[in-house]
Design a binder for this molecule. Sequence first.
Ligand code: NAD
Length: 393
Amino acid sequence: MVIKPKIRGFICTNAHPVGCAAHVQEQIDYIKQQDKIEDGPQRVLVIGCSTGYGLASRITAAFGAGAKTLGVCFEKEPTERKTATAGWYNTAAFHDAAHAEGLYADTINGDAFSDEIKAETIAKIKSHLGKVDLVIYSLASPKRKDPDTGEVYSSTLKPVGKAYTTKTYDTDKDQVKEITLEPATEEEIADTIKVMGGEDWERWLQALADADVLAENAKTTAYTYIGKELTWPIYGHATIGKAKEDLDRAATAIRGEHRELNVEAYVSSLKALVTQASSAIPVMPLYISLIYRVMKEEGTHEGCIEQIYGLFSKGLYGDEPILDGAGRMRMDGKETNEETQAKIKALWDKVNQENFHQLADYEEYHADFLKLFGFGMAGVDYEADVDPQVDWS
Ligand code: NAD
């Protein structure tokens, strides 16, 4: 079939297998051009491995440090008439590239929050990796079924305390408009923490330790976004921010719980970027379009792969980690420094329907959005008939 993007609201409902493979290869090529990560991880588990920051982590571990990688993701496989999700094609392409270099790569597709998938993962670690020395926790999910009670919790993206009126960009209607977001209830806050907080990260580490597949001196990190004043009302100080605060609690708990193994647990704060998860958050498309403009002018723009290579080479496996007062690894300084934020704020105050395309770099935002689904990649023939039925082995 000939595959063209089908965009519905903030999501693209199909993906291009050849384009996704090209997108994965672009990230592999970037890593291969960088210095090798000395004393990097060797046996890596990536939970949320198929897109965004998790995929970049997997690529960095494999091609930057020569690591064996086992991934967990939640993706839809293709049918004769429907394409798979992008993460499916990304995973197939990653496997091919890793196997071509003799690197072990395997992936489990299923609900990472469940005990069944944890057990399946542990069985694979036992038979193929022995133990893992790095666990990346990079899930972004709207819901979670509690494996103990069977109850399903949903996360919400709402302010905390009071309603918040702000500008947003409606990508569907090409419209800058005002929106008012009503504050979350206590229950919505608690439910968001249940989904996106640290409980499942802790559960993974406990399951790995109990099964004796967590190596001594293993490292683990979960990803957060902290941001600044412009995004605090909808992110940092909002429901999702409350869940992310819970990661700080979980990092301390994991270090304490697995002291005998000397496990290092970090929350790593990354910059705002276009991913499937962030494009669903109100305000973020507008904010990210503006930071693209500012950071490109400053020459500080980075994508997922650059951020994660920096995290591994300087932070997790380097001697230049930037730690904040809470012990988090900060990779977001080029976005959150006062000078850059002041420039973004000046644009934010000015931006309206008339000047949006002059002030913001929406074209670049949109191009990056399409790339997430394998569209708009140079060198890919989008008129060609392609078979959507790609499998991974
Ligand atoms: P993403 O949507 O690109 O990736 C999410 C991953 O989680 C995918 O691999 C998906 O398959 C997997 N997943 C979702 N639900 C699952 C489930 N139930 N079981 C198994 N796998 C599941 O998201 P992303 O933006 O890369 O986010 C990853 C992490 O990085 C999140 O914690 C996010 O908050 C954080 N982060 C994102 C940004 C940003 O701007 N995008 C910035 C800083 C931090």
